[in-house]
Design a protein around this ligand. Structure first.
Ligand code: MG
Length: 386
């Protein structure tokens, strides 16, 4: 199927009755909210286009403002009282011919499974992933085992569940989402409406986080998938030149002297680029873009950093964080300028601003930068495989 041809609805509207009052979707897994991992997992399937997250009406604006939500350009819409009403609200915000509906509490779904469900739903009309029931099933009442249920022919349903939009709309025309009949998932609705639903093999690791102890299991599974973390260090310094318009940290400070250099002299971006190249084992900026190459004379260092970030990601690495320290007696680098640099660097590296820090020291009159003859910068980058 074409890349981006299927929209996905992520249901994040439920209350967590089995999580002792905790909002399980906000629970941190390896430092990020569970729902952020689910969003990332769905977005990493090439078939998925638009992402729609359905949540409780009072949480829409807070969730929409999250950097990981904005980074994925996901639309956040208010849900209803029951799952089926929330799903209907989410599907209404999609535009594709086939729609996927996924539990917000399943952060471990693989791109291959998402693709498989989308393909089957497109050709068969509707499809869900199922896994064999591993344990012997018993019917239990009043603390006593009544009977053993034959497992033959039984399977456990997972998400994403996929369907052609027209089938969902026809099923809702018969069983209104706000009506008396309750369906536990989209397959149940389609079955009731008489539409066949195809089963595709699910994944044992496509865990639904339901109980507090599931969080530890989900975290262990996520950690096992991620590759090693590496750290790189970069340092650079440039003297002031005769021109005005200081390029530093991806911003321009008018009125301050420009740094002398083959490019625009942005020592901060050069230090960041070297830290990234060092972490990824890709050499340094001077080797990648030799000084003296007329093609890069006077080039904005943002372009160099963008190219470096591209090399690093082609090498299979994801940038986790950047930390920069500037030493400059002049110009004054106050909070507003440092925040603007942080935002500029974050944008160039494709990171949320919270993953970048830019700090400054006057140099305490020590060395060439302390004496105001130039600016020095050091940077540390962390990157992760995968
Ligand atoms: Mg330099």
């Amino acid at each position: 199927m074409d890349a981006g041809s299927v929209d996905a609805v992520i249901v994040a509207a439920g209350t967590s009755t089995r999580m002792a009052g905790r909002d399980k979707l906000a629970a941190p897994l390896l430092g990020r909210p569970l729902l952020a991992w689910t969003l990332e997992a769905m977005a990493s399937a090439t078939v998925v286009g638009r992402l729609v997250v359905v949540t409780a009406p009072e949480r829409v604006s807070e969730l929409a403002a999250q950097p990981w939500m904005r980074a994925r350009d996901a639309r956040v819409v208010p849900g209803g009282a029951r799952r089926q009403e929330s799903v209907a609200a989410g599907v209404a915000a999609t535009t594709s011919r086939v729609v996927l509906v996924h539990d917000g509490a399943r952060p471990l779904v693989s791109p291959a499974l998402v693709d498989a469900v989308a393909v089957a739903a497109s050709s068969e009309g509707a499809a869900i992933p199922v896994v064999p029931v591993a344990e012997t099933l018993k019917r239990v009442a009043d603390g006593r085992v009544g009977e053993t249920v034959d497992r033959a022919g039984l399977a456990a349903a997972q998400t994403p569940q996929g369907a052609r939009r027209t089938l969902l709309e026809r099923a809702w025309a018969r069983f209104a989402p706000g009506g008396p009949r309750e369906f536990t998932d989209e397959a149940a609705l389609l079955e009731a409406a008489g539409f066949p639903v195809a089963a595709v093999p699910g994944e044992a690791t496509n865990l639904k986080v339901t109980l507090p102890e599931d969080l530890a299991r989900a975290e262990a599974l996520l950690a096992a998938r991620l590759g090693p973390v590496r750290v790189g260090h970069g340092a650079d310094e440039h003297p002031f030149g005769p021109e005005s318009g200081l390029a530093l940290g991806g911003i321009v400070i008018e009125g301050a002297p420009r740094l002398r250099g083959h490019s625009d002299g942005d020592a901060v971006l050069h230090a960041v680029a070297d830290a990234l190249l060092g972490a990824a084992g890709l050499g340094d900026l001077g080797r990648l873009f030799p000084a003296g190459d007329p093609a890069t004379r006077g080039i904005a260092s943002g372009e160099l950093l963008r190219a470096v970030v591209g090399r690093v990601s082609e090498g299979g690495w994801r940038v986790l964080s950047l930390d920069v320290t500037i030493r400059a007696a002049r110009p004054r680098l106050g909070g507003a300028r440092l925040s603007a640099m942080r935002d500029a660097i974050a944008a160039l590296a494709g990171l949320p601003p919270g993953s970048v820090e830019v700090k400054a020291s006057s140099g305490n009159l020590i060395g060439f930068e302390g004496a105001g003859r130039g600016i020095a910068a050091t940077a540390v980058a962390t990157i992760q495989r995968g």
